[in-house]
Unconditional design. Structure first.
Ligand SMILES: *[C@@H]1O[C@H](CO)[C@@H](O)[C@H](O)[C@H]1NC(C)=O
Ligand SMILES: *[C@@H]1O[C@H](CO)[C@@H](O)[C@H](O)[C@H]1NC(C)=O
Ligand SMILES: *[C@@H]1O[C@H](CO)[C@@H](O)[C@H](O)[C@H]1NC(C)=O
Ligand SMILES: [Zn+2]
Length: 333
């Protein structure tokens, strides 16, 4: 599927009908898709450096609408696409408030219907009135939306984080997002189950590094869901937009609010093994919960008791949408 066809679809469907984010620039590339067996071997070996107990297998996707995952659709099967929308340069040093995207349009733009969308991004600030995290988990089928996405924001006292589930009528994201879009169907997936962290890297970094090492000269992208079953995780929630420019990591870390959030946390997002000349964020996961905590995943703070269970699929294509022209590479942790 080439850029030409997609550009054509974009011209045909998006621009004339919707006044919203008019003609979003779109680039796409085919990804290398290793066999799941090869990937399982790679991860079984690679994750041992960081976790005491490691088990990675190829399995039929369990019903992800059930506990502990509670996602909008059952499986990760059907035309898996990795999407990166916007980027950090629309937030830093100063916000570009006009960067608001409707995920219904994004699904149309990449030609997904039904579209099961999961991932991490900035939440729809126009909906809630302040900047927020977006934890995306929804499906759209023939225009009908089933929205289970959450946003997380900081309360009025600059104290606790507050998680809110979005209604079916609110399908926007802002500034940036890293998404996996599939048809939500059954099919084979990679199951990753690890316990007791013995190294420094977080769960996703460990997976990404193993993939980087094995498939060095290829472009690989993966998305999915994991649950931190035991322990706690360091997560951040963004404060409302800064009125003064945020110029470096130190200022960024003072602006973000960090929390130790408790398991079970259900995280969704994507990772890629390379920049692919698309100015990509190499990994990005946000988690929600059923006890009110939600945010951007950094790492668990409880290595002894940490236990992760995840299901992932490989993307067949990557779509880079509305890539920032004036870019920078910091603040992507
Ligand atoms: C969409 O979400 C609803 C609610 O979770 C679910 O019942 C339905 O099967 C999903 N549809 C698709 C196409 O995945
Ligand atoms: C899709 O939606 C349209 C309009 O809402 C309806 O007319 C059509 O029958 C639907 N198609 C399917 C396959 O459900
Ligand atoms: C989180 O826990 C760690 C280690 O237990 C502690 O050092 C840190 O101060 C805590 N952070 C917050 C924001 O509570
Ligand atoms: Zn984030």
């Amino acid at each position: 599927m080439s850029f030409v066809i997609l550009a054509f679809i974009s011209v045909l469907i998006k621009c004339p009908i919707m006044a919203l984010p008019t003609c979003l620039p779109l680039e796409s590339k085919a990804l290398y898709v290793p066999s799941l067996t090869s990937l399982a071997e790679t991860l079984n070996e690679g994750l041992k450096s960081n976790f005491a107990e490691v088990s990675v297998e190829v399995v039929e996707c369990p019903d992800l609408t059930q506990e502990p995952f509670t996602l909008a659709s059952k499986g990760l099967g059907g035309n898996p696409k990795i999407i990166e929308l916007g980027g950090n340069p629309y937030l830093l040093p100063l916000v570009h408030k006009e960067k608001v995207y409707d995920l219904k349009n994004i699904a149309k733009l990449v030609g997904s219907d039904p579209a099961f969308i999961i991932g991490a991004g900035a939440g729809p600030n126009p909906y809630i009135g302040v900047n927020c995290e977006g934890i995306y988990n929804l499906n759209i089928s023939n225009g009908t939306v089933n929205q289970l996405s959450r946003i997380s924001k900081i309360d009025k006292n600059d104290d606790k984080s507050e998680q809110i589930t979005l209604p079916n009528t609110e399908t926007r994201a802002a500034l940036m997002a890293n998404l996996l879009i599939t048809e939500g169907k059954p099919g084979p997936v990679i199951k990753v189950h690890v316990k007791r962290r013995i190294g420094e890297d977080n769960f996703i970094t460990t997976i990404r590094k193993a993939i980087e090492k094995k498939y060095q000269d290829k472009n690989v992208g993966m998305g999915g869901v994991f649950v931190l079953k035991e322990g706690k995780a360091k997560q951040h929630v963004m404060r409302d937009f800064s009125k003064t420019p945020i110029e470096n990591e130190e200022q960024l870390n003072n602006w973000l609010k960090f929390y130790n959030m408790s398991a079970p946390l259900i995280a969704v997002g994507t990772l890629v093994n390379a920049d692919m000349d698309l100015d990509l964020r190499v990994q990005h996961f946000h988690s929600f919960s059923h006890h009110g905590e939600a945010g951007h995943y950094h790492y668990d703070t409880t290595p002894e008791t940490a236990e992760y269970l995840g299901y992932f699929t490989l993307g067949e294509n990557i779509y880079r949408i509305d890539r920032p022209i004036n870019t920078h590479s910091w603040g992507r942790d």
